[in-house]
Design a protein around this ligand. Structure first.
Ligand code: NAP
Length: 545
């Protein structure tokens, strides 16, 4: 495929008139051709206006039609073959195997959303039958379901060039719900974005959908993203990136004359607890698993364990000492990682330097890349601190994006609970324990439930499974809205809203709410979950107490 360096506005390519930038190969620091051009104000207006026009048609597309479209996108992406793998490797320095896995995950996500909308019950249809004889006021016929919001702006993630970029989870969930999407590409991988963007545009054409269902805009800075979030035709935003970036977009969206929701997945340090029984039984094995989890993908995962709380160090306990020593040895071993962008690279060095200079922090391992190493190279780093220092400094919960982590030592059960109580919102928390540990620390599980979106037992937080039950969310500042998930099929509900039809004639209702249930979906009729037609559901009188 020939790369053009131009934004895709519906079926058209934008004129190459804005500021130009190039992708950079993180392994070498060399720029990659072609030049990419920032979208102009007029490009953003055209993309948003086309999306608004397309919404009138696409929001009414059947589940079958949307499913065919999502499957067509997956097929087109797979059709890009090695060209896509090679370009993504050049732009990210991620190994080909990782890129191939990510292509697989991207297509799987598209297909699982296709299955969801084809089946159709995701709309949460509810029907409360009328009672014209109720006194003193007759009861009306009330029927509700979830409907799409309108055009969605999606910001690509630097660290997932495919699975959380142009046709990634945010786009798939927004399209599945019935919303057109305008994607803002990430400067780290514009060529990958353009290839996938062309695949989505071709899928729109092949499926006979209005061209405004999809656009992709590039930008050398932040202006285009800000313009999108402020555009009156944009009705919601999906974002994965830094806390500063997410927060700036949340603020901008809240200040609009008509505020809109921003679903931002920002930063998390994923606290990792090792309880005494597990520490005694398999401390060395946990050290190995943890090292792999901290360093996989060069530590550039939002699920990386960035704060480790080993069991209480009661009287210099031998199992804790041995765990700390073996984990320290693994983190000290020579290692050389390449980060995704110059900005992430310099943020890593700044973060590690600042943490190392803090009172009460000691550096256990500090691997530096060879001097003059080409590209955005870093080594691992491991810090250690005491509970009192951790509790006194909120910045120790800040994410250092890259292969770095922090051990928090403590000397009592009470201190462990104090640490847990002081955690801010994170995406995950992990507990390693035995059955006896779990019984003894049941309150810890209850406490962590209010802090994170996913609790992991005897496992590692990296390597998230995508499915119907997946939750990848958590209270602020992990995300902008802790009630939702950005991964898995429940992400669709972020881009839909409830609408209620009162006393409508059957023929004028959406198929999902019609008496005969022509789509065969699960519905809640007078409080009973069923796939039956309205007339077949027996009326149950609510009991009065
Ligand atoms: P980022 O700086 O937040 O950028 C993400 C996207 O948002 C980029 O397209 C960026 O545009 C745009 N953006 C950022 N600030 C904006 C603003 N104020 N207004 C409008 N658009 C804005 O994230 P990043 O480039 O991916 O990486 C930087 C840092 O983010 C990392 O060091 C890491 O700490 C964090 N990060 C976290 C996760 C996670 O999953 N937790 C994932 C990725 C990154 P430009 O590129 O043009 O600035």
């Amino acid at each position: 495929m020939t790369l053009t360096g131009r934004s895709i506005i519906g079926s058209q390519l934008a004129e190459p008139c804005g500021k130009a930038f190039h992708a950079v190969n993180p392994a070498t620091g060399q720029s990659l051709e072609p030049a990419y051009y920032s979208a102009s104000d007029s490009d953003v207006n055209q993309a948003a206006a086309a999306a608004a026009r397309a919404f009138e048609v696409y929001s009414r597309a059947t589940g079958k039609a949307k499913a065919a479209f999502l499957r067509k996108i997956a097929e087109k992406i797979e059709g890009l073959g090695d060209d896509l793998v090679n370009r993504a490797v050049a732009e990210t320095a991620l190994p080909p195997a990782r890129i191939k896995t990510e292509i697989g995950r991207t297509c799987f996500q598209l297909r699982i959303f296709a299955q969801l909308v084809e089946e159709g019950s995701w709309v949460s249809a509810r029907i409360d039958r009328p009672d014209p004889h109720r006194t003193p006021i007759p009861k009306p016929d009330m029927r509700s379901l979830e409907r799409p919001l309108g055009p969605v702006a999606v910001f690509c993630a630097s660290n997932f060039p495919l699975a959380y970029s142009v046709a990634g989870g945010d786009t798939a969930s927004a399209l599945a719900a019935g919303n057109p999407v305008v994607v803002k590409g990430h400067n780290a991988h514009p060529g990958t974005a353009e290839m996938v963007g062309q695949a989505v545009r071709d899928a729109v054409r092949d499926c006979g959908l209005p061209e405004g269902v999809f656009s992709l805009v590039f930008d050398s800075g932040i202006e285009v993203g800000v313009a999108l979030v402020n555009h009156p035709e944009i009705k919601a935003v999906g974002f994965t990136g830094s806390r500063q970036g997410g927060r700036a977009l949340m603020n901008a969206a809240a200040l609009r004359p008509v505020p809109i929701p921003v679903y931002a997945e920002m930063s998390s340090v994923n606290p990792f607890f090792i309880l005494p029984g597990a520490m005694k039984e398999r401390g060395a094995e946990i050290a190995k698993g943890l090292h792999a989890s901290v360093t996989v993908g060069a530590g550039q995962f939002c699920t990386k364990p960035g704060v480790i709380i080993p069991a209480a160090d009661v009287e210099n306990s031998a199992p804790v000492r041995e765990f700390v020593s073996s984990f320290g040895e693994l983190m000290k071993a020579p290692a050389d990682f390449t980060l995704l962008t110059e900005r992430i690279h310099s943020a890593y060095f700044d973060g590690v330097r600042a943490r190392g200079a803090k009172q009460g922090i000691s550096s256990v391992a500090q691997n530096l890349p060879e001097q003059n190493a080409a590209g955005f190279r870093v080594g691992t780093s491991l810090f250690e601190t005491e509970a009192s220092s951790f509790l006194g400094d909120a910045t120790l919960q800040d994410e250092i994006f890259g292969p770095s982590t922090l051990l928090v030592r403590h000397s009592s059960r009470e201190q462990l609970f104090e640490i847990a109580r002081n955690l801010e919102g994170h995406l995950t928390a992990t507990i390693h324990g035995t059955e006896e540990d779990l019984r003894e620390y049941a309150d810890l599980v209850a406490l962590l439930e209010s802090k994170v979106g996913r609790l992991i037992f005897n496992g590692y937080p990296t390597g998230l499974e995508v499915g119907h039950a997946t939750v990848h969310g958590g209270p602020y500042p992990a995300t902008s809205d802790g009630r939702t998930t950005s991964v898995g099929t429940q992400a669709i509900h972020r881009f839909a809203r409830l609408v209620c039809y009162q006393n409508f004639p059957d023929a004028a209702l959406p198929g999902e709410l019609q008496n005969d249930n022509p789509l065969g979906i699960w519905r809640l009729i007078d409080g009973q979950m069923t796939r039956d037609a309205v007339s077949s559901v027996p009326k149950v009188q609510a009991k009065s107490t």
